[in-house]
Design a protein around this ligand. Structure first.
Ligand SMILES: Cc1ncc(C[n+]2csc(CCOP(=O)(O)OP(=O)(O)O)c2C)c(N)n1
Ligand SMILES: [Mg+2]
Length: 539
């Protein structure tokens, strides 16, 4: 297809998206956005159509988190946009760059009550970096390009544009669009000197690596820094795997001991939110490093902070520090990690009836390849995954993140399978969470996106049932129908699956799932009485 063509606004939007390296358009149909479909068809941008707009946006978010290229979700006016809002909010709190492009009632009819007429940007403004309406056809290309550039500029996050139908269908001439290139950024040398000094003086430092380290392509520089001074590390989100399983500096399994015993905690690329005790670690000094000035916590007492280019920040630290963290501190972390690993082994090997969720991970872990993509969508069942699964590579772990929106699993599968065509894709679902995106089994079947889906089926919203029990002594609105055959739902929609009720059946069922070349759901009936032993409540 030639670059120049007399066409409409849809072509301009597609060219701008392609200049950002976007390879897929996630959508659910509506006439308001037909021009971009026509542009995508003419410009060979594959269209992945799904059964709920939320899944389109979750797929865009997961694409961004896995590939570090922005995702693109296209939704129709009105309910198409409103259905996407929860997933946009999730992406906002994960710092995931995407553009949700919405249709909009025609500008020429505004105020007259056209179908699905609603002003979207005010709904999206609190959860996007920009939410705006395009007002001229010949500006569509620039505005889409700029919205994507803003989305992927640190601190990353979603953006929203809507395009009135008459503007979108308006005549346009396309021109070649130059590919996007990132802007170079500096580090603050004074702040870096102070941080290096604090690390040098610390006898028991601990490093926390968050998702922005992976998003900012700082994983190699981070690992180099860690190895050079031998500092123990805890990772979260997509940063899990930067320090691979088996590396003695990985302190994730010694988490409570490490937080309790460190005298300095250096947090890079993640907010000091409830997951990190709001940045209050008792007497330990805290350093906060973010990819942007607004990311530095203002609610915590910080010994130092800096923001900027994360690879450059790690390189500066490596260059300015020549000491090694003490053997005693590292050894105490290793011992604490070994102790908790031996306790975990009991759960991983539990041979109980009904099945203990831990045993599912005991069976799954040895079957995971180093490049497996793991997606979690659920409550307690996914918390167990967080405890047991230690990825070997970064950018291979998708959990809902701090906004905690259930329902992202199927969008995660779509994105993971497209981004990593030959890798294992394993989605771990709570039975409650699965219900949000069950209809999109149809999407992964239609688009031939095989994946292994494992449901920890405790017939309950477990992560709500158990807390309500402990607060009120009883629970309501927390039970689901017992032992629902989600595997049969998948089969009816064209995939495959089976039910598992005994621990000994888990391994063979997982083997069949990995060997199959279709979406395969292993529906594992687990003990409803088991609650994840939680130490944080999120409040
Ligand atoms: C969209 C959304 N609605 C409600 C919640 C509140 N919530 C958090 S965990 C949870 C229970 C999840 O149940 P399930 O997926 O079955 O996992 P389990 O805890 O039983 O393992 C609920 C309802 C949420 N996080 N997101
Ligand atoms: Mg459940």
């Amino acid at each position: 297809m030639s670059e120049e063509r007399e066409t409409h606004g849809g072509d301009l939007a597609v060219l701008a998206a392609q200049a950002h390296g976007i390879n897929h358009l996630f959508t659910l149909s509506g006439a308001h956005v037909f021009p971009i479909y026509d542009g995508a068809v003419h410009r060979d941008l594959p269209i992945i159509d799904v059964r709920h707009e939320q899944t389109a946006v979750f797929a865009a978010e997961a694409t961004a988190r896995l590939t570090r290229t922005p995702g693109l979700a296209v939704v129709t006016a009105g309910p198409g946009v409103t259905n996407g809002v929860s997933a946009v909010a999730n992406a906002f709190y994960n710092g995931a760059p995407l553009l949700m492009l919405g249709g909009r009632a025609p500008a020429g009819r505004w105020g007259q009550g056209a179908l699905q007429e609603i002003d979207h940007p005010p709904l999206l403004a609190p959860v996007t970096k920009i939410a705006a309406t395009v007002t001229r056809t010949d500006e569509i290309g620039n505005e889409v390009f700029d919205a994507l550039a803003l989305a992927r500029t640190p601190h990353r996050g979603p953006t929203f544009l809507d395009i009135p139908m008459d503007i979108f269908f308006g005549p346009a001439t396309t021109h070649p669009v130059a590919a996007w290139t990132p802007q170079a950024r500096q580090v603050n040398t004074d702040e870096m000197a102070r941080i290096a000094d604090l690390i040098r003086k610390s006898s028991s430092p601990l490093l926390i690596l968050g998702s922005d380290v992976w998003a900012g392509s700082a994983e190699n520089e981070a690992l180099e820094f860690v190895e050079s001074i031998q500092i123990p590390v805890i990772t979260n989100g997509t940063a899990r795997g930067i320090i691979p399983r088996g590396n003695p500096l990985l302190a994730t399994k010694a988490r409570s001991f490490a937080f309790r015993s460190a005298d300095l905690i250096l947090v890079v690329g993640t907010p000091l939110d409830f997951r990190l005790g709001y940045g209050d670690f008792g007497s330990a000094k805290v350093i906060h490093v973010s990819d942007s000035p607004a990311g530095i916590a203002t609610h915590a007492t910080l010994a130092a902070s800096t923001s900027g280019d994360l690879p450059a920040i790690f390189t500066a630290l490596t260059n300015s520090l020549s000491h090694r963290v003490s053997n005693e501190w590292r050894e105490s972390i290793t011992q604490a990690a070994l102790k908790s690993a031996s306790k975990e082994r009991e759960l991983l090997e539990a041979d109980l009836s009904p099945i203990h969720p831990g045993r599912i991970y005991g069976e799954l872990l040895p079957k995971l390849a180093d490049d497996a993509v793991i997606i979690g969508d659920g409550g307690d069942f996914v918390s167990f995954a967080g405890k047991f699964v230690e990825p070997m590579r970064p950018g291979c772990w998708l959990d809902p993140g701090p906004f905690g929106c259930l329902g992202g699993g199927m969008g995660g599968i779509i994105a993971a399978r497209l981004a990593r065509p030959s890798a294992q894709v394993v989605a771990l679902f709570g039975d409650g969470a699965l219900g949000f995106s069950l209809g999109d089994i149809d999407s992964i079947v239609r688009h031939h996106l095989p994946a292994v889906m494992v449901v920890g089926n405790n017939s309950a919203w477990g992560l709500e049932k158990h807390p309500m029990q402990s607060i009120f002594g009883y629970d309501v609105a927390a039970d689901l129908a017992p032992q629902t055959r989600y595997d049969e739902v998948v089969r009816a929609l064209g995939g495959a699956g089976e039910i598992v009720t005994e621990s000994s059946q888990i391994g063979p069922a997982l083997d069949r799932a990995f060997e199959s070349d279709v979406p395969y759901l292993v529906n594992i009936i687990t003990d409803p009485a088991i609650a994840y032993p939680r130490t944080t409540t999120g409040i």
